[in-house]
Design a protein around this ligand. Structure first.
Ligand code: 13P
Ligand code: SF4
Length: 322
């Protein structure tokens, strides 16, 4: 069976035929171009199924994307995700050309804080180390002691051996970390536009309507949503939970593409799908991936002064791992 037919068989359960006719030529062209240019496509779990299953070499959570970016021997990395993820890939592998299909694929968390804000926090809390969620700009990472993702936030905070940390920018993730550690957390007021919209009423209603359902929330959700759920974890923990537990019905309280992507690999699990779209993740399309790889444009550049300091905080996180 040809490569493209194999991909079709895989994603036809979640991608309608009318869309497939549009996607197929791009998938073929991108996969050919990748080989010609020795490029690798790293995609976040929130990318649409035609990207996740059609062209990605690695699809993962933000921690794994950072680690994989450091390991690749490809000449070009195309990061299908948001801008901070592409910057992180560049920090982890500065010799490589890192491209992002749409420079405007931002993130409400990354936009909520600047390097000046971090300097102000350091003045306010002298001597208190700064832990930054990887969902921040390189400029903020440069002002940071160590980065973390939702997959290792508690472990990173506890690795510092202190009794107080500044944890930014996600207020709800900070809240989640605070519930799981004795270290005092000083937080910032950033929120994710996707996860802040979920409510515990919504989650409780779904549980009532679907007895026995397992509900998994991302730690960027408000605290009452996490309390109303059975489990909280990063996007890769969600993938693992569904794969290992094979619940009859599941609700992933997160971005919409997650359920579609995992559905394909878990045909016996029924996914209940109220979800929210990330407007930034959804800026990435096959057409934009093709154009950026063909023209090698939208290259990530980080000034030397920022990159040297930002790299240290990401590398410290990678050393700690999951
Ligand atoms: P993960 O690190 O869990 O993949 O999440 C990244 C993200 O942007 C969630 O909104
Ligand atoms: Fe940022 Fe939220 Fe989108 Fe993740 S889902 S990229 S945190 S806005």
């Amino acid at each position: 069976m040809s490569e493209i037919n194999k991909i079709y068989n895989k994603i036809s359960k979640v991608v309608p035929d009318i869309e497939w006719d549009f996607h197929a030529p791009y998938i073929e062209k991108i996969n050919k171009l990748k080989k010609e240019k020795n490029a690798v496509i790293l995609a976040h779990n929130y990318q649409t199924p035609e990207i996740y299953h059609g062209v990605a070499d690695i699809a993962a959570d933000s921690l794994a994307l950072a680690i994989e970016a450091a390991k690749t021997t490809a000449d070009i990395i195309v990061l299908c995700g948001v801008h901070f993820m592409a910057e992180t890939a560049k920090l982890m592998n500065p010799e490589k050309k890192v491209l992002i299909p749409d420079m405007n694929a931002g993130c409400s968390l990354a936009a909520s804080i600047t390097g000046d804000d971090v300097r102000m926090l350091r003045e306010k809390y002298p001597g208190v180390p700064v832990v930054s969620y990887v969902n921040t700009s390189a400029e903020v990472k440069a002002e940071t002691d160590i980065c973390c993702t939702s997959a290792n936030a508690v472990k990173v905070v506890e690795s510092l051996g202190v009794d107080k940390v500044i944890f930014l920018p996600d207020h709800y993730l900070a809240n989640y970390v605070q519930k799981n550690t004795k270290v005092k957390i000083i937080s910032w007021q950033g929120t994710c536009v996707v996860h802040e919209k979920f409510t515990s009423n919504e989650v409780n209603d779904i549980r009532k309507q679907n007895p026995g359902i397992k509900i998994i929330a991302h730690p960027e959700c408000p605290p009452d949503v996490i309390t109303a759920s059975d489990f909280a974890g990063s996007t890769s923990s969600m993938v693992k939970y569904v794969k290992n537990n094979q619940p009859k019905k599941v609700l992933l309280v997160t971005e919409c593409s997650m359920s579609d992507n995992i559905q394909i690999e878990n045909p016996n699990v029924e996914f209940i799908k109220p979800c929210n779209l990330c407007p930034y993740m959804k800026k990435i399309t096959l057409k934009k991936i093709f154009n950026c790889l063909q023209k090698e444009n939208n290259e990530i550049k980080i000034g030397h002064n920022i990159s040297a300091r930002a790299r240290m905080s990401v590398q410290r996180m990678a050393e700690i791992g999951r």
